[in-house]
Design a protein around this ligand. Structure first.
Ligand SMILES: C[S@@+](CC[C@H](N)C(=O)[O-])C[C@H]1O[C@@H](n2cnc3c(N)ncnc32)[C@H](O)[C@@H]1O
Length: 283
């Protein structure tokens, strides 16, 4: 493994703390994997920035994993691993066909610098993130943990700003399926009992950053509402939905895919079907 000077940002410290056992709670979701694979199609060399344990990396490319957390890199199964932060990628200009960054840009201490590094080292950029300006919110924030809203809005940047900084030409909606397998905070919108499990909460950096004195009383209220049936009565409508658009987006910038059928990236779809994608406005 190549080691370079990795930044000691708060996010790095978080992942050095919560990253142990990350792979157990964060199983890549096959529908999101397909979307990312299509966006990376044709790339033979890929740098995965904020790679973590390597979720969503293409099988048919030579992948270099970059992460400032040693705990995360230790769980990465690949052979090309570099300890570094997005703010200074230790690669030459244009070193890769594509750069990918999945659920990581909100951790970067300097988002604009990190995105410009992605553009410098690769000819195509694929970024998966969440838009804090999206209106539909998870019930967990509205009814139990408004503290999450403050935390998420402080660390995620409005999508329009990310689109502009990246000069993204494509923005795809990823509606979260009801049985989404990757345990980030939104995953259990239709399986509320899962939030009661400490192991599930430990897999999410959002929960990890809130003190137990905030999280535990809220979880106890959720437990009581589930036992009394109050939650089920309030959210009966959710059981009729297979996927919900909560503001997750895949951005593609730079060179288009080569040597593949571009239509492999769905150009349209109903947002309320599992994993459905559709072009959306970036504004
Ligand atoms: C939610 S995990 C996502 C990991 C992986 N991309 C995935 O989809 O499973 C966020 C990752 O961002 C990494 N990270 C934190 N600060 C970073 C920085 N400044 N530059 C690059 N990655 C960073 C963390 O160490 C962690 O591995």
């Amino acid at each position: 493994m190549t080691a370079s000077a990795a930044g000691g940002s708060p996010a790095t410290a978080t992942y050095d703390r919560i990253g142990i056992g990350y792979r157990r709670g964060r199983q890549p979701d096959p529908r999101l994997a397909a979307l990312i694979r299509d966006a990376l199609a044709g790339a033979r060399t890929v740098v995965n920035v904020g790679a973590g344990a390597g979720s969503y990396e293409p099988m048919d490319a030579e992948v270099t994993a970059v992460d400032p957390s040693q705990v995360m890199l230790d769980q990465h199964p690949g052979s090309r691993k570099v300890l570094a932060g997005s703010e200074e990628l230790p690669f030459e200009d244009g070193a890769f066909d594509a750069a990918m960054a999945v659920m990581t840009v909100h951790h970067w201490p300097d988002l604009h610098r990190g995105l410009s590094e992605l553009r410098r080292v690769a000819r195509r950029q694929v970024v998966f993130t969440w838009d804090p300006t999206h209106l539909r919110e998870l019930w967990l924030l509205e009814e139990y943990l408004p503290e999450i809203r403050r935390l998420e809005h402080a660390r995620f940047t409005p999508l329009s700003e990310v689109v502009e900084a990246l000069d993204a030409h494509t923005v795809l909606t990823f509606a979260i399926p009801h049985d989404f397998t990757d345990g980030f905070q939104i995953a259990y919108w239709r399986r509320p009992e899962r939030y009661l499990a400490p192991a599930v909460r430990r897999a999410s950096s959002t929960f990890a950053q809130l003190p137990p004195s905030v999280v535990e009383p809220a979880i106890e209220r959720l437990r009581a509402d589930l036992e009394s049936g109050a939650w089920q009565r309030r959210h009966a409508d959710l059981f009729g939905q297979d996927a919900v658009d909560y503001g997750y987006r895949l951005l593609v910038a730079g060179e288009p895919q080569h040597g593949t059928d571009r239509a492999a990236v769905p150009a349209s779809g109903a947002p309320d079907t599992p994993g459905a994608t559709a072009p959306v406005s970036s504004s």
